[in-house]
Design a protein around this ligand. Sequence first.
Ligand code: SAH
Length: 349
Amino acid sequence: MLTKEEIIAYLQTSDEESQKELFEKASQVKTNLLGKNVYLRGIIELSNICQKDCYYCGIRKSNKNVNRYLMIEDEILKSAEWAYKAGYASIVLQSGERTDDKFVRTISDVLKEIKKLSDGKLRVTLSLGEQEKEVYKCWYNLGAHRYLLRIESSNKDLYHFIHPKEYSFEKRLECLNNLKEIGYQLGTGVMIGLPHQTYEDLANDILFFKKLDVDMVGMGPYLEHKDTPLPDKDTIIVKNKEELYHLGLRMISVLRLTMPTINIAATTALQALNSFGREKGILCGANVFMPNISEGEYRPSYQLYDNKPCIDETSTECLDCVGKRIEMIGEKVAFDEWGDSLHFRERNC
Ligand code: SAH
C-alpha cells in the first residue's frame, strides 16, 4: 500500500526515466493479475438534456449553443442490439442529468427491453447522475448491474468551486453509498488538472477510491469547453496539454498500483490530448475501453469539452478502429466477456 507521500511523489514525477519506470511497473501489475484482456463498454449518450449547471461541462443547462436531444427508445435499443450482436457484452447508458418521472420511466422501459433482446446477457452500466435511492433500486431490479458516478473531486472545497453553490457534496457521497448498498458494481472518478487542484488533492482522490472500495474508476483530464464559465485557469498545476496528458497517465498508473484488481477505463478525454492516448492509457495500467456506439447524428451534440474525438464516425468504424488499436499494442479485445472487475468478484465470494 502506497502512502500519501509516495503517491504525491509519483504524481509529481517529471523526469522521463522515472515516469517510464512507473508506467512499466503498473503495466506489469495489470498483466500479472488481469492478463492482456481489454474489456469493451459501448457507450450510448442517450440525451444531452441536463437539469444541472456544472461550471466545467459543455452540456450544462445554461449553455444555449447546444442542440438538445433525447433519443427515442427504439434508437437506444437499436444501438444496444447492435452492440450485443457485435460482441460487446457490456454497454453504458450515459446522459445529462434528469430526475423527472418521465425520464425515470423511459430508462426503466429501456432496461426491460435490453434484458429481453439480449436474453439477460448484456451487462448494463448506468451513468445518469444523482437519483433517489428508490430509483437506483428500481433500475437495479430491472437489470442494471453497474453505476458510474464521478465524485469529480474528493476535495469538498474544490467540489464547491466547480459547481453551483447549492450542489451538495454530501448528497453525492450518499448516492455513492446507496449505489453500493443496493448491490451495484460501483464506479467513480475525478477530473484531473482542474483549476486550484493540487497534487495532494489528486493523491487524496486515489485514497478516496480506495476507502470507498470501488470496483471501477473512470477518470480523465479536465478539458476546457468554450461555452463554460470555470474560472482561474491560470491556477492549473500543469502548464500545457502535454503535461496534462502525462499527469493523466501517471494517475492511471498510481491507481493501478494502489488498487490492483479494479477496472480502470482509458477515457476518451486522454485521446483528446493525444491521438494515441487511450492505447497509452492501457499500457499504463488501464484495462477498459469505452467506444462510442451512439448514432452518428447525435454525436456532435454531446460535447462535454472542446475537440472531443470520434464525433464523425459510425459505431462500426469505431469498433473496427478500436480492435486494430488494441491489437497494435499487443493486447486482446475480450469480445463476449462481461469483464466484471476481479475486485468485484473477490468482494462477492
Ligand atoms: N450526468 C452524468 C454523466 C454525464 S457527464 C453524471 O453526472 O454522472 C460524464 C462525466 O464527464 C462527468 O462526470 C465529468 O467528470 C466529465 N466531464 C464533464 N465535463 C468535462 C470537461 N470539460 N472535461 C473533462 N471531463 C468532463
